[in-house]
Design a protein around this ligand. Sequence first.
Ligand SMILES: *Cc1c(COP(=O)(O)O)cnc(C)c1O
Length: 452
Amino acid sequence: MPAEQVLADLHQMRAGDLPTHGGRTMAYVYDSGLAGIDELGAAAHALASSANGLDPTAFPSLLRMENEIVATAANLLGGGAGQVTSGGTESCMLAVLAARQARPDVDRPSIVFPVTAHAAFHKAAHYFNVRPIAVPVGDGFTADPEAMRAAIDDTTVLVVASAPSYAHGVVDPIAEIAAAAAEKGVRCHVDACIGGWVLPYFARLGVEVPLFDFRVDGVTSISVDLHKYAYCPKGASVLLHRDASLRRSQYFASAAWPGYTMLNSTMQSTRSGGPIAAAWAVLRHVGDDGYLDLARKTLAAVRRIGEGLHRAGLIVLGDPVSTLLSVTSADTDLFSLADRMRERGWYVQPQFAFQNSPANLHLTVTAANHGNEDLFLTDLAGAVADATPVEVDTRVLDGIDAATLTGEQFGELLASVDMSAGMAAVNTLLAAAPAGLRERLLVEFLGRLYTS
Ligand SMILES: *Cc1c(COP(=O)(O)O)cnc(C)c1O
């Protein structure tokens, strides 16, 4: 097939996706709104995507770019030595791995984190055979430092806090948590995947941002995603350790086979130079002043949208200090509201009730939302007016058990849900399922999506 035809097909397929520009997709994507950024990232990506970060001596350009990216992140976050990884999940998982590997003396290692920490920490626990100790949070959805302190024991290899949490956009009391960890000689990771490239600029703009970086005693590692508020192409994050000695246990070497001695700094072995070069190019081009300006726009947008939600009678959960808002309502069906917004060209992300957190809609606000805040709020008001609860017979879940679910049962369940009017029916049903069953149902669903 001719190359032009292949690309034409790709263009056509991409047209069916959620838009990645213009601020209309308020999860998954981050748009600076700056002209030329995507083209620059793509050009740099293309220049380096055939190079392999597996061997930094063979591709010194990648080594140099990675060192420069990490230095820029360290400059923003109070120091440290680190690595570029493929994303936030890899950064968080490596922080857990490094902490576990540094404590071979601990028999059944555990990690302590607030329930609001990103699910990447459950994933790390699952992959690395570490016990997850998830500590409930208080009314404002920030970590409870006393409860965290009490959860640390002889098996704890890492304590985690978020700056901010993804679900509510609130910053945990990092100083108290890091102090508790340090007292017990345990590492403390700050997950600043989503906030690390924007909160320092918010602070410079006068926002009261609690200290969350290496200026806080006891913080031993920080993750910050480049593909979020550094607006770089996807596939780039940074994991910083307070110093290079703490990083050593993250590295992996193996001479136990007849091939080249494997030497890896991250979970990947072959590592595309594409995301590294793309991130390096975008960071250089936007620069410190550019990020400050983007943060100014984002701050204006998040404030205006937050006030508008309040005026519309919706409730913003917690006291978000960042770029994320989660909204709930006592009298509007949120799953229906999400569908009505989708009809109006906006994607907002449903989050299910969890412990003290009610069902809500998550909004990731980026610089591209600045200028169209009122459009969003007008559409939201219309969507609120049109939102009506869907009738779903949740009794179809009766007798369905996560441990014994069969493909046939799942098929029947799927067939019973009317998705013609949107996702509300599915979400209402999933919301009625206990967490373990919801996980199981979604895994089954994923297996059906991947048909090959
Ligand atoms: C996005 C995010 C992650 C995971 O990052 P991915 O790039 O999606 O793997 C981890 N923690 C927080 C707080 C995040 O917002």
